[in-house]
Write a protein that binds this ligand. Sequence first.
Ligand SMILES: [Fe+2]
Ligand SMILES: [Fe+2]
Length: 138
Amino acid sequence: MNPKQALIHGLNEDLKRELSAVIRYLYQASVATGIIGHELREMLKQEVGSELEHARFLADKVAALGGKPDVTVPPLVEHKTAQQMAKYDLTQEREVIKAYTERVKQAETAGELGLKVHLENMLSEETDHAEELERLIR
Ligand SMILES: [Fe+2]
Ligand SMILES: [Fe+2]
């Protein structure tokens, strides 16, 4: 794979993660219960829009780079309690942060500097998401 192909492949992996977050947050924002559940619902109602915007950007970018956006959504991972949901969400946000850190480097290698800046902004938003979840389950 040349740098551009590797970048497209990585962006498609990111797209799948974002779509899976959209579906999971939409679901959890409707079913979470208890006091933590209340907090989680309020948080996720906000974040679902941010994850959808990330997915929209990534699909657009994959197409612009000459690739085919992969909109396959992995199966929903369910949890019973709001605490378990938040813990799982935190592991996923950390995965996303790791992935965007890698993608920023790939974008730079491929000479896609505008994309690199955009990915850095997304990385910053995901860091906020992770911090909010950390506070919730502390
Ligand atoms: Fe996201
Ligand atoms: Fe996020």
